[in-house]
Design a binder for this molecule. Structure first.
Ligand code: TXA
Ligand code: MG
Length: 305
């Protein structure tokens, strides 16, 4: 979809405009101290699906959720003593903590890509802080670049790859750190480094370098526990069919064939199919480019499991 991308220099008016857009379910580009992020309401699945549509990302990865402070983070993730110590030491700042997700926190399942853990960060940059406070929402934000392009450290970098694909870029000048946040997982009382970044975390276990290069992969993506059959136009006797468009099923990703809606519902329906009495899952064809390809990529991985 082609649209006009506005650029507004960071001030109260820019934050007010970005707030309206975020609350209307649109992603906006906003600077953080690491790189510019493409931020959307993490409680609104379709808003998060629009991040993927804008980036043209060929696959779903779990995203980092930004919150204004540790108290808000603790409403979404479960922090043990180790996680709280790290947060108190480094927040606000370029550290992301992966912790168990709190049930019922209201985070859309497309944000965590169906995982039982969540990546949380309290950014230091005044622009992202102001947007978090004005919207009152946790904000999911990957780097604000088209898929396969380098991370943006200036508003002009965002425009170079996302012009016409998002409604607004807040221009806060060059980012201070220039590389993405350090990611540390804190589960079962252990801290493990998942991505190197601006902060060194004492005591975090290091992973092999091949694992570090693909942090999204090592998160062992959510996959259903049952066999999954792709491109199904009808259900076998022992199958739970996830429909799409005209292919009706036990549930439908989007009766209207809307890909944003389908992406938004994907992980919820996979979980639903997993919990259903049928021992197998089938899913209708999802034709098309862009976000349809991201959905198919995700399903292919789940089917190969
Ligand atoms: O500096 C940053 O972190 C920037 C700014 C905008 O905050 N954001 C960023 O987001 O780099 P993104 O989406 O490009 O990177 C998110 C990383 C991915 O490598 C993803 O696999 C990992 O975080 N991640 C997210 N949730 C995870 C989880 N539950 N378990 C393991 N890894 C996770
Ligand atoms: Mg990125």
């Amino acid at each position: 979809m082609v649209q006009t991308t506005r650029i507004m220099v960071l001030d109260d008016e820019a934050i007010a405009e970005a707030t309206l857009l975020v609350l209307a379910g649109e992603p906006v580009a906003v600077p953080t101290e690491t790189v510019y992020g493409l931020a959307a309401d993490a409680t609104d699945a379709e808003a998060v699906a629009r991040i993927y549509a804008a980036k043209g990302r060929p696959s779903f990865n779990p995203l980092i959720v930004h919150v204004p402070n540790l108290a808000e983070a603790e409403k979404i993730g479960r922090f043990d003593k180790l996680a709280r110590d790290l947060a108190e030491q480094h927040w606000p700042g370029p550290l992301t903590l992966v912790v168990p997700l709190q049930e019922g926190a209201g985070i859309a399942s497309i944000v965590t890509a169906g995982l039982p853990t969540i990546a949380l960060r309290v950014p230091a940059h005044p622009a992202m802080q102001a947007l978090l406070r004005a919207t009152g929402r946790p904000l999911a934000a990957p780097s604000a670049n088209a898929s396969g392009r380098i991370s943006p450290t200036r508003a002009s970098h965002v425009l170079a790859s996302l012009n016409g694909r998002i409604p607004l870029v807040i221009d806060g000048g060059a980012t201070q750190r220039g590389i993405e946040s350090t990611i540390v997982a804190v589960t079962d009382g252990r801290a493990r480094l998942l991505r190197r970044g601006p902060i060194e975390v004492d005591g975090a276990e290091q992973l092999a370098s091949n694992e570090i290069e693909a942090p999204g992969q090592l998160a062992s993506h959510y996959a259903p526990n049952k066999p999954l059959r792709l491109d199904a136009t009808e259900a076998g006797d022992d199958e739970y069919l996830i429909g799409f468009g005209p292919t009706e099923g036990d549930a439908n990703l989007s009766q209207a064939g809307d890909l944003i809606e389908a992406a938004a519902r994907l992980f919820d329906l996979l979980h639903q199919a997993d919990a259903a009495p049928q021992p197998r899952i089938a899913i209708a064809p999802i034709p098309g480019e862009g976000i349809a390809a991201a959905i198919r990529d995700r399903l292919k991985r789940a089917a190969a499991n």
